[in-house]
Design a protein around this ligand. Structure first.
Ligand SMILES: Cc1cc2nc3c(=O)[nH]c(=O)nc-3n(C[C@H](O)[C@H](O)[C@H](O)COP(=O)(O)OP(=O)(O)OC[C@H]3O[C@@H](n4cnc5c(N)ncnc54)[C@H](O)[C@@H]3O)c2cc1C
Ligand SMILES: *[C@@H]1O[C@H](CO)[C@@H](O)[C@H](O)[C@H]1NC(C)=O
Ligand SMILES: *[C@@H]1O[C@H](CO)[C@@H](O)[C@H](O)[C@H]1NC(C)=O
Ligand SMILES: *[C@@H]1O[C@H](CO)[C@@H](O)[C@H](O)[C@H]1NC(C)=O
Length: 753
């Protein structure tokens, strides 16, 4: 369902002119109101059908049929006669209307005189589908027309002259005077127009949420002077909106957006406030017996549609396989932040929508009665959807995500399903498919299915691999997955680690594609690796693994290993979950089955920013890594390596707690720096800081302000470190250094979302 309909939506939006399309009835097409769906068309015919409220003489049999919802009659109803087997009533059933030639003729004549410019085919079609009309009832009970429009018209002998009178029995063919027709027409017209406005505003939110990130990303391709860009980023994009924390949650509760992110969030709030408040045309009409009823209905419906319009954005922003990630240079963490804000606004609209209708039901406005409505499916499914959304928002606060990530994730998915199902059953009983509100849900579901399917495809594509673990010290280990190839980051699934963790998967950065340390039982290694003593494994490692990088092969002579020895190398820091379970369980000589989902590398399309590479404006590179964050840095170092003489300087500052991690990484890279704090990896100056913190401010000041030429700064490390670098670099590039403006491009690789 999803894809075909998504394609259809796209086509509809492109054509735009679908307005002129053939749907001229109550609407039962797919799409959005005002685009492929038009409601209450032709409005003149609907007004004729609805404005005739005179009492009819109905038989008991007629009245036994489906009862229409009570319509509000402002005045005290007149005393109406009744007799044996018949009654004159204001609440005629469609069946009774069907049997009354006077009623049918009055409607037909009204249509003929009011809809002069509507094609006959359209009117015939309208008649067959809707006359007589079961107001607000179940579509199944809609009576089938007894006679066609032209047939009924033909039976009228003389043009009616006596006006219809809402207190007088309609036992004649009546004329419909303007004062009866016009208010009804206005009300219908206004209602239909308001629905179009709701949908249009919803589309503005949805489409701008998709288009704006792309448009803003494209701006960077314009030939701005590099110094402007650096200043712009330093003032308006990179620093935290308030304070000095971005990666570190503020008071442990939530993420402070960067200024760039804050601008986009502010845009969202503003457009939501404006689009909730504007575009109402309040005309008293027969639909509404009071102004407050009308205002509240329009307001609540607007909130409802805007809530739906956020749903596709919420799903789009959340995805790993998010089309916007490929078309923009925005990071996954930015989209996840936007996911939270879009979700919050979605929830807020849903809550406001519910509150207004609750208020109306409790106050008996507009014929709503809480006791009656609250047992209707549409009502309680609405409550389920609103509650699911609210619980999701509350349960997603930082401390919960941080402390119970897996529990959070599982409940998040379950509640998301509840919310979507709730939304579906909220609108379907009430509107069937006439209003096309389901389209918002279909788009959301399609986006979700796309992401999930792509994940499944990406993790199964490589087949089941085996992972081998080499302990480094108490905190870290190295994980090798021979036969896999990837770049950027990957998600690992360990299907056999624990039954309860089958669905778990975790992101890790690919430190390199290299010769793997432990591999399939080869006669030489098997006996030693069979030994589970970590010390023994370590010795094997040192002796065995000269770790040549697959690309450069730094130790010269090619070694005789098969291609299956080459694989992905990861360095992993133990946390409390699966990362520590893996090392506690011990993996054994045969390795452990693993599914590698990836690669999620930057630069899938040219619109995305690939790994940084030197440019003539930005020849220098400074990398700052904290602990295992080195894995996020290595690709940048790699892409700065050139065959030609390097044009800029490359530096790496790496803060680690202990040396074993350094040795292990160097072994993979093919270097050996012994225990010195200063070392060189190719043309990269590496400075270590073991067990203590760098004075980042003075280091960066010295490096950035002294040299001519721009510098790319890449940081990957603990949140505090990332924040320090973010603030220091932004601060420095707001001012001039010794050589004019300080040109910096800041890239923060994040290990937490
Ligand atoms: C793009 C990226 C690259 C990464 N690369 C590396 C790497 O190269 N080496 C490395 O050691 N770590 C890396 N990490 C961090 C690593 O994913 C987490 O440490 C790991 O998921 C923790 O697993 P756990 O079950 O032991 O965690 P727990 O002890 O259960 O939780 C530890 C912390 O990790 C968070 N976390 C847990 N699971 C996930 C998840 N699936 N996605 C996001 N956050 C999660 C929790 O909220 C918590 O804050 C990377 C993270 C990201 C987002
Ligand atoms: C209503 O119709 C019945 C026959 O179905 C007739 O006997 C009765 O007189 C009619 N009442 C009026 C007020 O016309
Ligand atoms: C409707 O009929 C009642 C009683 O027959 C009469 O008093 C009233 O003026 C009529 N209304 C209109 C609008 O003709
Ligand atoms: C219509 O009904 C009224 C009573 O409500 C009656 O006086 C009148 O004669 C009826 N007219 C016709 C044409 O049957």
């Amino acid at each position: 369902m999803g894809f075909k309909q998504l394609a259809f939506v796209a086509a509809t939006l492109l054509l735009h002119g679908a307005q002129a399309g053939g749907v001229t009835s109550y609407g039962d097409d797919f799409g959005f109101i005002g685009y492929s769906i038009r409601i209450y068309q032709p409005e003149c015919a609907w007004a004729c059908l609805f404005c005739i409220t005179a009492p009819l003489n109905c038989t008991t049999g007629d009245m036994a049929g489906a009862v229409p919802e009570k319509r509000d009659v402002a005045d005290e109803p007149p005393a109406l006669p009744s007799g044996d087997g018949w009654e004159v009533t204001l609440e005629a059933t469609p069946q009774c209307q069907q049997d009354s030639d006077f009623f049918l003729q009055t409607v037909a004549y009204c249509i003929k005189s009011r809809c002069a410019d509507v094609p006959l085919r359209t009117l015939d079609n309208f008649w067959d589908k809707n006359v007589p009309f079961l107001y607000d009832g179940d579509k199944k009970d809609q009576p089938v027309s007894r006679q066609g429009y032209t047939g009924v018209l033909g039976a009228i002998k003389d043009a009616p002259s006596r006006p219809v009178n809402s207190t007088v029995l309609l036992n004649y063919t009546a004329a419909v005077p303007d004062e009866v027709y016009q208010p009804e027409y206005d009300a219908i017209h206004n209602y239909a127009a308001s629905e179009v406005t709701h949908e249009r505003y919803g589309l503005v939110i949805f489409l701008s949420g998709v288009v704006m990130p792309i448009a803003f990303s494209l701006l960077r391709f314009l030939p701005w002077p590099a110094s402007w860009v650096a200043r712009f980023n330093a003032y308006l994009v990179n620093p935290p909106a308030v304070g000095s924390q971005h990666s570190t949650p503020v008071w442990g509760l939530g993420i402070m957006p960067t200024r760039g992110q804050a601008l986009f969030i502010a845009y969202f709030w503003l457009i939501n406030i404006f689009l909730s408040a504007l575009g109402y045309e309040i005309l008293p009409g027969l639909f509404y017996d009071s102004q407050s009823y009308e205002v509240q209905t329009y307001l609540a419906n607007r909130f409802g549609v805007l809530s739906f319009a956020h749903l596709p954005l919420v799903f789009l922003y959340a995805g790993r396989n998010n089309i916007l990630l490929w078309l923009t240079n925005w990071s996954h963490s930015t989209f996840l932040l936007m996911h939270r804000w879009a979700a919050f606004l979605c929830m807020l609209h849903a809550v406001l929508h519910s509150l207004v209708y609750l208020n109306m039901a409790v106050a008996h406005i507009g014929g709503l009665d809480h006791a009656v409505e609250s047992v209707q499916p549409y009502w309680y499914w609405g409550i389920i959807a609103t509650l699911s959304m609210s619980i999701m928002v509350v349960a997603s606060i930082q401390p919960v995500r941080q402390k119970m990530y897996e529990l959070f994730l599982a409940s998040h998915i379950a509640l998301a399903v509840m919310a979507i199902v709730g939304c579906y059953y909220h609108i379907t009983p009430k509107y069937d498919f006439d209003y096309g509100y389901q389209t918002w849900l279909y788009i959301s579901i399609a986006l979700w299915v796309f992401d999930r399917a792509a994940r499944l495809f990406r993790s199964l594509r490589g087949g089941v691999k085996r992972a081998f673990l080499t302990p480094i010290d108490d905190d870290y280990y190295r994980l090798d997955i021979p036969g896999a190839t990837a770049s950027g980051h990957i998600y690992l699934h360990f299907p056999t680690v624990s039954l309860w963790r089958i669905w778990e998967n975790h992101p890790f950065s690919v430190a390199g594609v290299a010769r793997c340390s432990s591999h399939m039982p080869s006669p030489v290694h098997a006996p030693v690796e069979g030994n589970s003593d970590p010390e023994a494994e370590k010795t094997v490692q040192v002796g065995d693994n000269r770790g040549s990088r697959s690309s450069t092969g730094s130790d010269g002579a090619p070694q005789p290993y098969s291609s299956s020895d080459i694989g992905v190398v990861l360095f992993i820091r133990k946390h409390d979950g699966i990362t520590s379970l893996l090392s506690k369980r011990g993996i054994g000589p045969k390795g452990i089955p693993v599914l590698v989902e990836g690669s999620y590398a930057p630069g899938v399309t040219f619109l995305q920013d690939g790994h940084v590479s030197p440019t003539h404006n930005f020849p220098h590179l400074i990398c700052i890594a904290g602990g295992v964050g080195i894995t996020g840095i290595l690709p940048s170092l790699d892409s700065f390596t050139a065959v030609a003489r390097p044009i800029g300087r490359k530096k790496l500052y790496w803060g680690v707690r202990t040396m074993p991690l350094v040795h292990s990484v160097e072994r993979m890279l093919g270097y050996d720096g012994k225990d010195a704090l200063e070392r060189r990896w190719g043309d990269v100056d590496v400075t270590l800081s073991v067990g203590e913190r760098f004075d980042l401010r003075s280091l960066l000041e010295a490096d950035l302000c002294s040299r001519p030429g721009g510098t790319t700064v890449v940081v990957c490390g603990p949140p505090g470190m990332a924040d320090d670098v973010r603030c220091i670099v932004s601060g420095l590039s707001r001012h001039n250094g010794a050589n004019g403006p300080v040109l910096v491009k800041l890239i923060v690789e994040s290990f937490s979302w």
